[in-house]
Design a protein around this ligand. Structure first.
Ligand SMILES: Cc1cc2nc3c(=O)[nH]c(=O)nc-3n(C[C@H](O)[C@H](O)[C@H](O)COP(=O)(O)OP(=O)(O)OC[C@H]3O[C@@H](n4cnc5c(N)ncnc54)[C@H](O)[C@@H]3O)c2cc1C
Ligand code: FES
Length: 1306
């Protein structure tokens, strides 16, 4: 019987030949589904394989799991089961896939840690010709070439991060077959209607079409659940409730393809993936010109959602449920598709873009006709991300000409996402009939279409100006495509489009990324058993890939356990008048409602409030929680809690508002060197500007999860949770419960990504959960849903940078006066520390003799922002790069030249007086420029730009001087505990937390070297306040540095104790020595300790030795921008990172790549959206776009540069965060491309490009005749209230719009 795993880990299910899918001309396939959208009743008769069924450490692991692990395609492991299922399913359908199929298969999966490159690579090992090192299809191996170029160097560079020879072969014959009993069941001629009765709903499965129509007639309002990709999210997130669902499975009348001489009829039950296969087949058999509609559909089917959704969503479901946000409906309308509707006793056909079905009607089939040679059909779309993102505007257009001419006989234009339904520009089209297809017609068409399709200022989705620009930009693309098509048919009669316009025809292709990773080879004289320096696989990688790694929510239920749901404030600043819990308490299963009154100890600990009391200070603040026997009951009851508020003034949302109200969380931090005022008097030029860098959501894959178990005795409480700082949780829980810290035990085994988001927030949530456990006396399971996690825990600080720069005409910067403001939100959290870091680190790589930098954290009524990888550096240094780029522009010099001129050159002092040697900075910079062939490629880009008007290329290189650690010694301390057991096995415990970065793996490497035993002897289980007390957070890139030293210290103490035994028996084994030591009463257990790096900072003087050492790097990126849509494609990135000596190059490269992609997300696709009242709207993957596999660089090269760093363990460097800022090379490459476009259009050279550079920002900055036409009528921005954040296609507004900054300069 079908089963469904309730684990929240990102597992996907492959349903093996479910009987509902009847094949026609297309081959039978095993489809991959998204587990969270599959209703369990719909699995009746299906065989389901989960990741556990693919392979297990208990029996045999599958090659897909093995390769994902060994290619380092897993870090935290939370996404890994999903990745395994995607590749596994692909291999079941295509045992020898192409690299493109691998990329396509992974398109629907998200990973926040790895940056996807190693995941793709693990998949590519299954391709026939090893696609791993096929550079640009040349067949040459990139690695051979590069290794030669390094051969003469002293340090040999390696490129192999894993050994393919170790891989088990794939044997498709070993896979499970479809259970014969299910086939028999499917073929049973006497099947009867099935009914599943739930607590509140009934699920009915009809078995014949008549039965279905009968049911629809009886329950007209019941949704027809096909793929469930629209119904599912509406029920789950949109609070929709249906007492009856009708789900037809396997009705032949809905699952078929019928091909005739005139066209094709497709059953409405066909999934979009099956539709794709059917159309592919037809396109391959029919002449090209007949199948233009089919090819337009195929193009959009490639990017519509991801592979999993395309397997589930049906053609009928799409047509019916997507009146506006649809990729296919505009094309179907333009291609004159006919829709067949049936209801009990009735049948009818329609050709209409706007389908209003009466409830009892079902759509059973769609007919798509062939077209003739003088007829063109195209589909166009633009989305925030190429794949897995709803279109911002989609379009379907068609034109028919009088035979042999370019005279319009019929014209049709349909747009999606510009109104409540697909909108037809029918009047404009009518007026253009009879016109010739020429520039004048285009010009009139643009005007007419804009007149006809009005997007009101308060339209859903916002971005009104941009969407209007897209309407005519897409029309222009269509115009060009048709012109090109006409020319191909008769070049004499129809002149071609200008050569310079050719690249506007096509969208960016989706390609399979590739690249090289280089690192130091291990010294051949190093003992083979010593793992230090080797690319060892993550300690838990195999368990991640099999789904057997245990995360908190995988822990089995505990007796009497309750679930917790939160009730959060809906006001940004208000007095709580009353909280009425009576209705909630009356609901079934509810154990209790917990409020501030139930906190036995501090409810406000160091300014962090656990349960709101008397007033609320942000939307999303926890007011109370509901504990119930199931999460569903807790959530239902939480909705019934009634809170009355009285709004308070002021309500401060933005940095600008905070400045107006003098609202701050910290005093001003300042450093200064030289005499800034004096220097401004003697410079050639002065520029002033502002840069906005918006915030970022951590989007760790495992949301905040806590299991709190009250103990029987002595007010003890045990907590299991995912955190970077168990000590902090212990502190907050102890304070909330008013018990000594010794009674609170926090256990942390692993967490599914953290990125700074689990430093302070788990303490707050831990206290909330512990108070509930204390009050109810029962274990509490508290798992934040994604939307609540995004709302409550906030993220990276938005930043405003204001600068005044004085410089000479040769690009030398003499003086800089920079002010930084960050939006800290409503409580202190770590905002003061973030602003200190910003002020200290913001000079980056540049030596500006007269330099003043000030910063302050603003207090606002937003949820409190917190630590995020890079801790302010990625925001602040964008401001630096922006002003350097602006100086370059003023001096007519290339940015890289001005960067080099102003870069630190010799041993120097930072602006806060710390001495350092920038040699490695210059080496990374130089190698980056050389090895990326920067100059040659820049020239090539300029050439490209000369020849292409609508697409522009841009390159940028950014240098980096980053620091690790904290300017306070005691913050850098660490401890470890090492036990040797009598069988020789070793247990290593330390205070650091494993969140995917591979810390435990590196600690095993350290212990292995120090104890001189194989890694297999060493075990690392968990981090706990019981074993290592008072451990500091695992953050600031220090995990390996400080815990490594502590583990090393413990191992060295033990080895010193064993030395006399070893000396007596030098030929003995480790086991012998351990046994003898025990017999001689030598203790085999010890703690290890690291006092911390000697760092300090005197803010009074603005001087200090703030950081133990510097990490240098440089990155170069090249992009291509589509000026008509604002899309961009990242063509290539080269990163050179000073790793000193890498303890584990695979893990370090993983950190660099992962951080780079996360940084790229920050600077490009990730955009948080709020209401003016401070409500966060972007609360899930629909509205917040982290990079997917299609966004990563087409060519991605990473080199770890070898150097010395004697202060750190084994001369290594901490690389956890450094790559983040290097993602800004993409932002500045976009800036470079946009500058090229603007230059060609005769526009101002300097313009402000804030972060993120979204498609909207890019498009509207590439000013042209289309933007001009739209801007002629100024549309004011009106903000409308939010209805429901989780419903697709909601009303959104960006922070930029809120601040009234969303204007573009010409
Ligand atoms: C993550 C995600 C990403 C997406 N991305 C995109 C995208 O990029 N572009 C895009 O265009 N769309 C996108 N979609 C939307 C997707 O295309 C639709 O959800 C899908 O096509 C609906 O089909 P379904 O079979 O799942 O419908 P269901 O959810 O099963 O049903 C939807 C509704 O249609 C009705 N219905 C279904 N079939 C019939 C029928 N035969 N006759 C009458 N009524 C019927 C049902 O009663 C129900 O009310 C995305 C969806 C998700 C979840
Ligand atoms: S490894 Fe992919 S999300 Fe962590």
């Amino acid at each position: 019987s079908p089963f469904l795993d309730t684990s929240k880990k990102l597992r996907f299910y492959v349903s093996v030949k479910p009987p509902c899918i009847l094949s026609t001309k297309t081959k039978k396939k095993n489809p991959l589904f998204t587990a969270c959208l599959v209703p369990i009743c719909s699995l009746y008769g299906a065989a389901v394989t989960t990741v556990e069924g693919v392979g297990s450490i208990k029996t045999r692991i599958h090659p897909v799991q093995e390769r994902l692990a060994k290619c380092h395609g897993t870090q935290c492991g939370f996404c890994s089961p999903g990745m395994v299922m995607s590749i596994y399913t692909l291999l079941r359908n295509h045992p020898e896939p192409t690299p493109e199929q691998i990329t396509e298969a992974l398109g629907g999966n998200l990973c926040r840690c790895t940056g996807y490159r190693p995941i793709v690579e693990s998949g590519k090992t299954f391709c026939v010709e090893s696609a791993v090192c096929q550079m640009k299809g040349s067949g040459k191996c990139c690695m051979d070439q590069e290794e030669r170029s390094f051969a003469n160097k002293q340090e040999k560079m390696c490129t192999k991060l894993y050994n393919e020879d170790e891989f088990q072969p794939l044997d498709p014959t070993q896979e499970p077959i479809f259970p014969p009993e299910l086939i028999r069941m499917a073929e049973d001629p006497n099947k009867r209607r099935l009914m599943f009765q739930g607590e509140r709903t009934t699920w009915i499965i009809p078995v014949t079409l008549n039965d279905l129509l009968e049911l629809k007639n009886n329950f007209p309002k019941a949704p027809l659940v096909m793929g469930n990709t629209t119904v599912g999210p509406s029920v789950k997130f949109g609070n929709e409730f249906h007492p009856v669902f009708i789900s037809p499975l396997g009705l032949p009348e809905l699952y078929f393809v019928d091909s005739t001489d005139d066209g094709v009829t497709v059953g409405a039950g066909y999934s979009l993936a099956q539709l794709n296969d059917a159309l592919q087949f037809i396109v391959s058999e029919q002449p090209k010109e007949k199948t233009k509609t089919y090819r337009a559909l195929l193009k959009h089917l490639r990017t519509l959602a991801g592979a999993q959704i395309r397997n589930m969503a049906t053609l009928g479901g799409h047509v019916v449920s997507r009146p506006n946000y649809s990729d296919l409906n505009p094309i179907l309308a333009a291609g004159n598709a006919t829709i067949n509707l049936i209801s009990k006793g009735k049948r009818s056909s329609f050709r209409d873009s706007i389908l209003e079905l009466s409830p009892a009607v079902i759509l059973n089939q769609i007919y798509i006709g062939y077209i003739y040679i003088w007829h063109f059909v195209s589909g166009l779309r633009m989305a925030q991300r190429q794949e897995n993102a709803f279109a911002i505007v989609s379009a379907g257009m068609s034109v028919q000409f009088e035979e042999g001419t370019d005279k319009i006989k019929d014209l049709q234009m349909f747009y999606g996402n510009v109104g409540p339904t697909v909108v037809s520009a029918s009047q404009a089209c009518q007026q253009l009939v009879g016109r010739q297809w020429d520039d004048q017609m285009l010009s009139d068409a643009c005007r007419l279409v804009l007149d006809e399709i009005y997007i009101p200022p308060a339209a859903k989705g916002g971005m009104v100006e941009y969407r209007r620009t897209l309407i005519i930009s897409l029309l222009f693309k269509f115009y060009l495509r048709v012109r090109r098509g006409l020319t191909k048919m008769d070049p004499q009669k129809f002149p071609d489009i200008p050569e310079k316009f050719m690249s506007a025809l096509e969208d960016f292709p989706i390609e399979t990324p590739q690249g090289i990773q280089m690192f130091q080879c291990v010294d051949p004289s190093q003992p083979p058993q010593d793992p230090v320096g080797h690319p060892i696989m993550h300690q838990s990688a195999i368990k991640h890939a099999t789904g057997e790694a245990v995360f908190v929510d995988d822990m089995p239920p505990i007796a009497q356990e309750l679930f917790l749901a939160v009730v959060t404030s809906t006001r940004a600043h208000a007095k709580i008048i009353s909280i009425d819990t009576s209705e909630a308490l009356a609901l079934p299963g509810v154990a209790d409602v917990i409020t501030a009154e139930d906190v036995p100890g501090d409810n406000n600990h160091h300014g962090e409030v656990f349960y709101a009391q008397n007033e609320v200070i942000c939307v999303g603040q926890i007011v109370c929680t509901v504990a119930a026997d199931t999460y569903a009951h807790a959530k239902e009851a939480a909705k019934k809690v009634k809170i009355a508020y009285e709004d308070l003034e002021p309500r401060i949302i933005t940095i600008e508002q905070a400045l107006e109200h003098n609202s701050f969380l910290s005093v001003e931090k300042k450093i200064e060197q030289g005499n800034v005022e004096q220097a401004f008097k003697y410079v050639d030029q002065i520029i002033e500007g502002e840069v906005h860098v918006e915030g970022q959501e951590h989007f760790y894959m495992e949301t905040q999860t806590i299991l709190a178990i009250p103990q029987e005795e002595d007010k003890e409480m045990v907590l299991h949770l995912g955190t970077q700082f168990p000590t902090h949780v212990q502190e907050f829980v102890a304070a909330a419960l008013n018990v000594p810290r010794s009674r609170i035990a926090c256990h942390m085994k692993r967490t599914g990504g953290a990125f700074g988001g689990k430093v302070t927030k788990p303490a707050l949530l831990g206290a909330v959960c512990a108070v509930a456990a204390n009050k109810t006396g029962r274990p509490i399971r508290f798992v934040l849903e994604r939307g609540n996690d995004m709302l409550i825990t906030a993220g990276r600080h938005p930043l405003l940078g204001k600068y005044k720069i004085g410089f000479m005409n040769n690009g030398v910067i003499k003086a800089a006066d920079v002010e930084y403001y960050i939006n800290g939100g409503c409580t202190p959290d770590e905002s003061e520390l973030v602003i200190e870091f910003i002020v200290l680190k913001s000079e980056n790589a540049y030596n500006i003799p007269n330099f003043r930098c000030r910063g302050r954290a603003c207090k606002t009524n937003l949820p409190s922002n917190t630590a995020f990888r890079g801790f302010g550096f990625p925001q602040a240094t964008v401001v630096v790069e922006a002003y350097i780029t602006a100086v370059a522009s003023q001096c007519n010099l290339p940015p890289e030249q001005v960067k080099e001129i102003n870069m630190y050159k010799r041993t120097s002092k930072t602006a806060y007086d710390q001495t350092f040697n920038p040699e490695l900075l210059r080496r990374c910079w130089k190698e980056c420029l050389e090895k990326s062939s920067f100059s040659a490629r820049k020239q090539a880009a300029e050439e490209f730009n000369k020849n292409n008007y609508w697409k522009k290329r841009g390159l940028a290189v950014v240098p980096m001087k980053f620091t690790i650690g904290i300017p306070m010694t005691y913050y850098n301390q660490a401890a470890a505990l090492v036990h040797i057991y009598l069988d020789g096995s070793v247990l290593v415990i330390h205070g650091g937390c494993e969140m995917g970065q591979g810390l435990h793996t590196k600690m095993i490497q350290v212990a292995s070297r120090e104890l001189n035993i194989p890694e297999s002897y060493i075990h690392l289980s968990e981090t706990s306040t019981v074993t290592v007390p008072n451990a500091l957070f695992t953050a600031g890139s220090m995990g390996t540095d400080i815990n490594g030293k502590a583990v090393q210290n413990a191992c060295q103490i033990l080895m010193a104790r064993l030395q006399p035994v070893i000396r007596k028996n030098p030929r003995g084994t480790w086991e012998d020595w351990v046994a003898t030591a025990f017999e001689e009463s030598i203790s085999l257990s010890t703690t290890g300790y690291f006092k911390g790096y000697q760092t300090n900072m005197d803010w009074e003087k603005g001087k200090g030795n703030a950081y133990p050492y510097f990490v240098y790097g440089a990155s170069c990126s090249e992009v291509e921008v589509d000026c008509l849509t604002g899309a961009h494609k990242l063509l290539r990135t080269d990163i050179f990172m000073d790793a000193a000596f890498s303890i584990n190059p695979a893990l370090d490269i993983g950190q660099v790549e992962g951080a780079f992609i996360q940084g790229m997300g920050l600077y490009t696709t990730e955009e948080l959206k709020y209401s003016p009242e401070g409500v966060l709207y972007s609360r899930g993957p629909n509205d917040y776009k982290i990079p997917t596999v299609t966004e990563i660089p087409k060519e991605f090269h990473v080199t770890l540069v070898r150097s010395q760093n004697p202060i750190a363990i084994y001369s290594s460097k901490g690389l956890g965060e450094a790559g983040m800022f290097l993602g800004s090379s993409v932002l500045f490459a976009i800036y470079d491309a946009v500058t090229a476009a603007r230059r060609e259009r005769g526009l101002a050279k300097t313009f402000s490009l804030s972060s993120p550079a979204t498609p909207e920002l890019i498009r509207m900055t590439c000013v042209d005749q289309f933007t001009d036409l739209v801007r002629k009528e100024k549309v004011p921005i009106i903000i409308i209230p939010h209805v429901d954040s989780q419903i697709l296609g909601m009303d959104l507004i960006t922070m930029k719009e809120l601040q009234g900054r969303f204007t573009f300069s010409n």
